[in-house]
Design a protein around this ligand. Sequence first.
Ligand code: FMN
Length: 178
Amino acid sequence: MENKLLELTLQRRSVRRYKNTRIDDAIIEEIMKVALTAPTSFGHKAVEFVVVRDSEVIRQVGECKSLGGSQVSGADTVVVTMVKTKDKRQSEFWIEDGAIASAYVLLAAEQYGLGACWVHIRNRTGNHKSSDEEIRKLLGVPDGYTVLNLVAIGEKAEIKAPYTEDDLDMSLVHYGSF
Ligand SMILES: Cc1cc2nc3c(=O)[nH]c(=O)nc-3n(C[C@H](O)[C@H](O)[C@H](O)COP(=O)(O)O)c2cc1C
Protein backbone atom coordinates (compact mmCIF):
# COMPACT_ATOMS: atom_id res chain seq x y z
CA MET A 1 0.00 0.00 0.00
CA GLU A 2 1.40 3.42 -0.93
CA ASN A 3 2.45 5.40 2.14
CA LYS A 4 4.41 8.48 1.14
CA LEU A 5 4.61 9.77 4.68
CA LEU A 6 6.12 6.49 5.88
CA GLU A 7 8.70 6.66 3.07
CA LEU A 8 9.67 10.09 4.33
CA THR A 9 9.77 9.17 8.02
CA LEU A 10 11.88 6.06 7.32
CA GLN A 11 14.36 8.24 5.47
CA ARG A 12 14.68 10.80 8.27
CA ARG A 13 17.68 10.38 10.57
CA SER A 14 19.38 12.80 12.91
CA VAL A 15 22.16 14.39 10.89
CA ARG A 16 24.74 16.33 12.89
CA ARG A 17 27.38 17.18 10.29
CA TYR A 18 26.66 19.59 7.45
CA LYS A 19 28.30 20.81 4.26
CA ASN A 20 29.15 24.46 3.93
CA THR A 21 26.46 25.15 1.33
CA ARG A 22 23.81 27.82 1.44
CA ILE A 23 20.22 26.61 1.44
CA ASP A 24 17.82 28.74 -0.63
CA ASP A 25 15.73 31.15 1.42
CA ALA A 26 12.66 29.81 -0.40
CA ILE A 27 13.29 26.26 0.89
CA ILE A 28 13.64 27.47 4.47
CA GLU A 29 10.40 29.38 4.04
CA GLU A 30 8.62 26.24 2.77
CA ILE A 31 9.92 24.32 5.79
CA MET A 32 8.59 26.98 8.14
CA LYS A 33 5.21 26.90 6.41
CA VAL A 34 5.03 23.21 7.30
CA ALA A 35 5.88 24.04 10.94
CA LEU A 36 2.94 26.43 11.05
CA THR A 37 0.55 23.64 10.07
CA ALA A 38 1.31 21.63 13.22
CA PRO A 39 -1.61 21.06 15.57
CA THR A 40 -1.60 23.18 18.73
CA SER A 41 -3.46 22.68 21.97
CA PHE A 42 -6.86 24.37 21.85
CA GLY A 43 -5.71 25.88 18.56
CA HIS A 44 -3.91 28.59 20.53
CA LYS A 45 -0.97 28.70 18.09
CA ALA A 46 1.35 29.64 20.92
CA VAL A 47 4.49 28.37 19.16
CA GLU A 48 6.86 30.87 17.55
CA PHE A 49 10.23 30.46 15.88
CA VAL A 50 13.39 32.45 15.38
CA VAL A 51 15.12 31.28 12.21
CA VAL A 52 18.83 32.00 12.55
CA ARG A 53 20.94 31.95 9.38
CA ASP A 54 23.95 34.03 10.33
CA SER A 55 26.85 31.66 11.08
CA GLU A 56 28.24 33.79 13.89
CA VAL A 57 24.85 34.04 15.59
CA ILE A 58 24.39 30.28 15.10
CA ARG A 59 27.71 29.74 16.89
CA GLN A 60 26.57 31.99 19.73
CA VAL A 61 23.25 30.15 20.03
CA GLY A 62 25.22 26.90 20.35
CA GLU A 63 27.30 28.43 23.15
CA CYS A 64 24.12 28.94 25.15
CA LYS A 65 24.09 25.19 25.74
CA SER A 66 27.23 24.30 27.64
CA LEU A 67 27.11 20.57 26.92
CA GLY A 68 26.68 19.65 23.26
CA GLY A 69 25.56 23.04 21.97
CA SER A 70 28.57 23.46 19.71
CA GLN A 71 27.20 20.80 17.38
CA VAL A 72 25.02 23.43 15.70
CA SER A 73 28.07 25.43 14.58
CA GLY A 74 28.27 23.99 11.07
CA ALA A 75 24.55 24.26 10.36
CA ASP A 76 23.25 26.57 7.64
CA THR A 77 20.12 27.34 9.65
CA VAL A 78 19.00 26.92 13.22
CA VAL A 79 15.31 27.06 14.00
CA VAL A 80 14.76 28.12 17.60
CA THR A 81 11.38 26.85 18.76
CA MET A 82 9.75 28.78 21.58
CA VAL A 83 6.29 28.86 23.08
CA LYS A 84 4.29 31.66 24.66
CA THR A 85 4.20 30.50 28.26
CA LYS A 86 3.13 33.72 30.00
CA ASP A 87 -0.57 32.95 29.82
CA LYS A 88 -1.21 29.88 32.01
CA ARG A 89 -4.19 28.87 29.87
CA GLN A 90 -2.10 28.78 26.72
CA SER A 91 0.93 27.20 28.32
CA GLU A 92 -0.52 24.02 29.79
CA PHE A 93 0.64 21.99 26.81
CA TRP A 94 3.61 24.11 25.80
CA ILE A 95 6.05 21.20 25.55
CA GLU A 96 3.72 19.19 23.37
CA ASP A 97 2.98 22.18 21.15
CA GLY A 98 6.65 22.98 20.63
CA ALA A 99 7.64 19.36 20.14
CA ILE A 100 5.07 18.69 17.43
CA ALA A 101 6.05 21.81 15.51
CA SER A 102 9.73 20.83 15.75
CA ALA A 103 8.97 17.33 14.51
CA TYR A 104 7.28 18.90 11.51
CA VAL A 105 10.44 20.94 10.86
CA LEU A 106 12.54 17.76 10.98
CA LEU A 107 10.29 16.02 8.46
CA ALA A 108 10.02 19.04 6.19
CA ALA A 109 13.82 19.31 6.09
CA GLU A 110 14.07 15.64 5.08
CA GLN A 111 11.55 16.23 2.34
CA TYR A 112 14.08 18.61 0.77
CA GLY A 113 16.88 16.08 1.29
CA LEU A 114 18.41 18.23 4.01
CA GLY A 115 19.99 16.98 7.21
CA ALA A 116 18.50 18.09 10.49
CA CYS A 117 18.79 17.39 14.19
CA TRP A 118 16.85 18.28 17.32
CA VAL A 119 19.09 19.94 19.89
CA HIS A 120 17.52 20.04 23.30
CA ILE A 121 17.31 23.28 25.31
CA ARG A 122 14.63 22.85 28.00
CA ASN A 123 16.26 22.28 31.41
CA ARG A 124 19.73 22.73 29.94
CA THR A 125 22.29 25.24 31.15
CA GLY A 126 24.40 27.82 29.43
CA ASN A 127 27.46 29.60 30.76
CA HIS A 128 25.78 31.64 33.48
CA LYS A 129 22.04 31.05 33.29
CA SER A 130 19.67 28.52 31.78
CA SER A 131 20.09 27.90 28.05
CA ASP A 132 16.56 29.24 27.58
CA GLU A 133 17.39 32.58 29.23
CA GLU A 134 20.68 32.98 27.40
CA ILE A 135 19.12 32.25 23.99
CA ARG A 136 16.22 34.63 24.61
CA LYS A 137 18.63 37.40 25.59
CA LEU A 138 20.85 36.74 22.56
CA LEU A 139 17.93 36.79 20.12
CA GLY A 140 15.90 39.57 21.72
CA VAL A 141 12.94 37.38 22.60
CA PRO A 142 10.51 39.27 24.86
CA ASP A 143 9.49 38.01 28.30
CA GLY A 144 6.73 35.44 28.35
CA TYR A 145 8.29 32.91 26.01
CA THR A 146 10.21 29.71 26.77
CA VAL A 147 12.62 28.06 24.36
CA LEU A 148 12.06 24.32 24.01
CA ASN A 149 14.69 23.27 21.50
CA LEU A 150 16.65 24.04 18.37
CA VAL A 151 16.48 22.30 15.03
CA ALA A 152 19.78 22.52 13.16
CA ILE A 153 19.45 22.21 9.37
CA GLY A 154 22.07 21.88 6.66
CA GLU A 155 23.11 19.94 3.61
CA LYS A 156 24.05 16.45 4.79
CA ALA A 157 27.77 15.79 5.29
CA GLU A 158 27.13 12.39 6.82
CA ILE A 159 25.03 9.72 5.22
CA LYS A 160 23.07 7.54 7.57
CA ALA A 161 21.25 4.43 6.47
CA PRO A 162 17.52 5.10 6.32
CA TYR A 163 15.29 2.98 8.50
CA THR A 164 13.47 0.13 6.84
CA GLU A 165 10.19 -1.50 7.76
CA ASP A 166 12.27 -4.24 9.43
CA ASP A 167 13.34 -1.66 12.01
CA LEU A 168 9.75 -1.06 13.06
CA ASP A 169 8.84 -3.03 16.17
CA MET A 170 5.18 -3.63 15.52
CA SER A 171 4.87 -5.37 18.93
CA LEU A 172 4.88 -1.87 20.47
CA VAL A 173 1.49 -1.24 18.91
CA HIS A 174 -1.37 -2.79 20.84
CA TYR A 175 -4.77 -3.05 19.21
CA GLY A 176 -7.87 -2.99 21.36
CA SER A 177 -6.12 -3.67 24.69
CA PHE A 178 -2.53 -4.01 25.91
C1 FMN B 1 13.35 15.31 22.87
C2 FMN B 1 14.59 15.04 22.06
C3 FMN B 1 15.79 15.60 22.46
C4 FMN B 1 16.92 15.42 21.67
N1 FMN B 1 18.06 16.07 22.01
C5 FMN B 1 19.14 15.97 21.23
C6 FMN B 1 20.29 16.76 21.48
O1 FMN B 1 20.32 17.59 22.39
N2 FMN B 1 21.38 16.58 20.68
C7 FMN B 1 21.36 15.68 19.64
O2 FMN B 1 22.37 15.56 18.94
N3 FMN B 1 20.27 14.94 19.35
C8 FMN B 1 19.17 15.07 20.10
N4 FMN B 1 18.02 14.38 19.79
C9 FMN B 1 18.03 13.44 18.64
C10 FMN B 1 18.05 11.99 19.12
O3 FMN B 1 19.30 11.71 19.71
C11 FMN B 1 17.77 11.06 17.93
O4 FMN B 1 16.49 11.36 17.40
C12 FMN B 1 17.81 9.60 18.33
O5 FMN B 1 19.13 9.22 18.69
C13 FMN B 1 17.34 8.65 17.23
O6 FMN B 1 18.09 8.84 16.03
P1 FMN B 1 17.36 9.26 14.66
O7 FMN B 1 16.83 10.65 14.84
O8 FMN B 1 18.45 9.18 13.62
O9 FMN B 1 16.27 8.29 14.42
C14 FMN B 1 16.88 14.57 20.53
C15 FMN B 1 15.65 14.02 20.14
C16 FMN B 1 14.52 14.27 20.88
C17 FMN B 1 13.20 13.72 20.40
